[in-house]
Design a protein around this ligand. Structure first.
Ligand SMILES: [Zn+2]
Length: 217
């Protein structure tokens, strides 16, 4: 699912060819990344994969709570998040996708230069450019498995927050990473990407994931 160079269309919406697999790693990333590069920068050590929550689970449809700096066993939670993300071939995972309603996410996702950004961001704040230029690309989510839908989003995004030691951290994303940062911040606000789709497209995506009966509570 490489991002191609095909662009076009007048007006503020630029369509590009290619796919962002949402939380799902794409084949070209799988092909280019060595196993030791996808080790969570050491933060995945000892982690245990946990089941991924599916659309319709209430924890995905309400805002997550801020993380206190004395939260117990945060190292273990982050290791389990990386392990869960890698086990599911993901490039990003929000805590509520393993049933934990706390504001943090992990990413191991390439930017426009195909350099993987590996990070945990605690209490992230999303900053978007003041532009009406959006990039439309196919997007998916581990919590809506097997479905992909076109979704327009800003092509750049910045996230500020805290790292695992609660030091300030900032990630500037372009390309896939920009989409990933927005997707994961959405999760922490209780929004799954299909919630941003028109009603019919949302129905189709949920049906493709065998979640046709699932509704956001
Ligand atoms: Zn997702």
């Amino acid at each position: 699912m490489p991002v191609g160079g095909e662009s076009g269309g007048a007006g503020p919406l630029a369509r590009i060819a290619g796919t962002y697999g949402g939380d799902v790693i794409s084949s070209w990333i799988r092909g280019s990344a060595m196993a030791d590069e996808r080790a969570g920068g050491g933060m995945a050590a000892g982690g245990t994969p946990r089941p991924i929550t599916l659309y319709g689970d209430p924890v995905l449809h309400r805002p997550c709570a801020p993380v206190e700096d004395d939260h117990p066993d945060l190292d273990r939670l982050v290791a389990d998040m990386f392990a869960s993300m890698y086990a599911a071939d993901g490039v990003g995972l929000a805590a509520n996708q393993i049933g934990i309603g706390l504001r943090l996410f992990v990413v191991d996702c390439p930017d426009d230069d195909e350099v993987n950004q590996v990070a945990v961001v605690i209490n992230p704040v999303l900053h978007l450019p003041q532009t009406r230029d959006l990039v439309e690309a196919s997007e998916g989510c581990l919590s809506v498995p097997g479905a992909h839908s076109l979704l327009a989003r800003p092509g750049e995004a910045t996230v500020t927050g805290r790292d695992l030691s609660f030091r300030p951290v900032e990630i500037v994303g372009t390309g896939l990473l920009a989409r990933c940062l927005q997707h994961e911040c959405d999760h922490l606000d209780g929004t799954v990407y299909v919630d941003r789709l028109a009603r019919r497209a949302r129905k189709e995506a949920l049906a493709a994931a065998n979640l046709a009966g699932a509704n956001a509570p």
